[in-house]
Design a protein around this ligand. Structure first.
Ligand SMILES: [Zn+2]
Length: 370
């Protein structure tokens, strides 16, 4: 395998063949830097999928486990010509998580893994289950018992073994890790396994290509465990390091008010997350009380001159309705992102309206129909 893991705490390099999910020091694993390239003439002639950026990915196209994910369209909102919606809900399993799942399951296949275990609030589990099915790898998915029924049906449809765990999202993660440690299975975690972010980074590449080599002033990003935020940042950083863009956009990160530990830490300038008891939130996809990568997430927001917004719970359903009346039918977590954007505009006033902004629509409305 051409890439290695690098511990984010002690810097030690590990071979992915070891199948570890954390450094022995307890640190989280990143992907060690590797050579990348963006041969635009070649890229433009390729299939519209995220694998068109092959030279910037850790695997070659011949190794890929793909369902045709990526290269989603970006459309303007209303009559505005500077606020764009990127339609990541138009993916094979109806959420942006397919970006990371394609890369993570490609890694599992390259490592000759026979069985994987993953935990999720729903969409990542769905995506992992689908790509594991494509790669013919046995798959156990752990989700909170409260997960939307349609997501559960979708996970089961792919043939994954579904484990419903009572309690919080953290209880679900604990149950999955226990199973990984007891069985020696590969932990296909979208939080711990850094290959996932090698998939989500293509979100930034696509925006850059779609905008003809430009980037927006600001990116609005929903944040729970930070899989989209960190991946998007890595993507823009790659382009910046290669001298292809003059600067990295400002990251405006959105949490739902009912579960906003990162928002609270950012507001108070704290480095650590205060443990919190999540209240009821409609945004199940970002209801993470203690995100493992919180240091990295907060660092990105600060470094890019960004901001954190808490979307008011009572505005999420209105935002979902408003988007649907514009023709975009998304799940509540995506509506929370839009509610966060509206809150940001209300706080900042007109200047934000003059900025070029991209808002992702991450998950399809059908996933959360009751
Ligand atoms: Zn370490």
């Amino acid at each position: 395998m051409k890439v290695k893991y690098k511990c984010s705490r002690c810097g030690e390099i590990h071979d992915p063949q070891t199948l570890i999910y954390r450094c022995p020091c307890g640190g989280l694993l990143d992907i060690a830097e590797f050579d990348i390239d963006f041969p635009l003439d070649k890229i433009k002639q390729r299939t519209p999928s995220l694998w068109r950026y092959e030279e910037a990915l850790p695997f070659s196209k011949s190794q890929q486990v793909t369902l045709g994910e990526g290269f989603t369209s970006m459309v303007t909102m209303d009559n505005s010509d500077n606020v764009f919606l990127k339609m990541d809900y138009m993916m094979p399993t109806l959420s942006f998580k397919d970006r990371g799942a394609s890369m993570l399951i490609t890694a599992a296949k390259a490592l000759h893994v026979k069985r994987i275990v993953a935990d999720s609030s729903g969409n990542a589990g769905t995506a992992i289950a689908a790509y594991a099915a494509k790669a013919r790898i046995k798959c156990d998915i752990f989700v909170p018992a409260s997960t939307s029924p349609n997501k559960l049906s979708q996970i089961k449809a792919y043939g994954a073994k579904l484990h419903l765990i009572p309690g919080t999202r953290e209880d679900t993660a604990d149950a999955a890790i226990k199973e990984v440690e007891a069985s020696g299975s590969f932990y296909a975690s979208h939080v711990y396994n850094p290959f996932f972010y090698q998939g989500t980074k293509t979100y930034a590449y696509e925006i850059w290509e779609d905008m003809n080599g430009n980037v927006p002033d600001a990116i609005i990003v929903p944040v729970g465990n930070g899989t989209l935020l960190l991946g998007t940042y890595y993507g823009f950083k790659d382009l910046h390091d290669k001298g292809l863009i003059p600067s990295i956009p400002k990251f405006i990160a959105v949490q739902a008010e009912g579960c906003a530990p990162l928002f609270k830490a950012f507001q108070s300038g704290a480095q650590e997350i205060e443990p919190l008891e999540p209240k009821e939130t409609q945004a199940e996809g970002i209801a993470i009380a203690n995100p493992a990568r919180h240091h990295q997430i907060l660092q990105v927001i600060k470094e890019t001159g960004g901001e954190m917004i808490a979307a008011p719970e009572q505005k999420i359903e209105d935002a979902r309705q408003e988007l649907a009346y514009k023709g975009f039918f998304v799940e509540p977590t995506s509506a929370a992102t839009y509610a966060g954007y509206l809150t940001y505009v209300a706080q900042q006033g007109n200047p934000i309206k003059n900025l070029t902004t991209v808002i992702p629509l991450c998950g399809a409305g059908l996933k959360a129909i009751k």
